[in-house]
Design a protein around this ligand. Sequence first.
Ligand code: NAD
Length: 309
Amino acid sequence: MNIDIKAAPVAADADLDTPVIACVGVIGAGQMGNGISHVCALAGLPVVLLDVKQEALDKAIAIMGRNMDRQVHRNLITAEDKSAALARITASTDYAAFGDCDLVIEAATEKEEVKKAVFRTLLPHIKPSCMVASNTSSISITRLGAATDRPGKFIGMHFMNPVPVMKLVEIIRGIATDEPTFEATMALAHRLGKTTAVAEDFPAFIVNRILVPMINEAVYALYEGVGSVPAIDSAMRLGANHPMGPLELADFIGLDTCLSIMQVLYEGLSDSKYRPCPLLVKYVEAGWLGRKTNRGFYDYTQTPPRPTR
Ligand code: NAD
């Protein structure tokens, strides 16, 4: 990982109009929120991490510690970098903790009404100059921004999972997003050691517009009996040279997130080719969400994980 560890705040080169980001807030302490907090803290930024559940916060701090230990063992960071980074993170269930933040990145559950409710609660607690980003995988940035009091300072910052490892951040401007907000979030992504791809505000942007329909098609192949779970995954690993099979990847992303993205594509583009597979719907209804619930297309209580179909 190529992270620039500095304590200085972030600003684009010699551009006095670009807002400075000296403190970052993160909402949602799930797999993405903990990854975003991890990379921001390692890059020298104070981080305020919030979740509705204290247990999610405790789990996120423990996961960040374990993931940083792995980086220490690989000589990517030192033990001092790890303890300094963890010391920069404040975990809270109280939105008042965001008072000093210059940017708050929302990484709560992929549901539009959840995100809009989060913004309604957040806005009274942040400075007028504070920018707001959403890590949404698919929902319209323009629509989310319009639900806030600051559409000009609202932007999409789509990190990839796992955040400390994956190099890309998609940056998505809503129709109202102003240039300083765009420049500041680009500068932040680069400071975190990431490469940016700028996507237009269309459903699911670039990566998930292409990736998630492929996953949905793999679930259809399973549903129609074209192949078993291991056959589909090894066919795509060995036949298309993908590092993970599509069903393994779906479990890794979270089946609820995959389904939400398909629903956004289906509704947003009004095209039947994005119809979510009924088997994906059934797994989500069963609460089989993949790795995060220990069961999806594989059962993760078994070693090695056992296919569930
Ligand atoms: P997750 O289920 O692991 O975590 C979501 C967290 O949000 C949970 O801890 C939950 O308690 C919290 N939460 C729910 N409602 C909340 C609220 N009202 N206020 C504060 N916290 C709340 O989900 P995730 O995989 O981390 O996904 C989070 C976001 O990141 C989604 O928008 C998702 O689409 C996006 N995303 C996910 C991936 C991925 O591979 N999983 C990749 C890129 C982006």
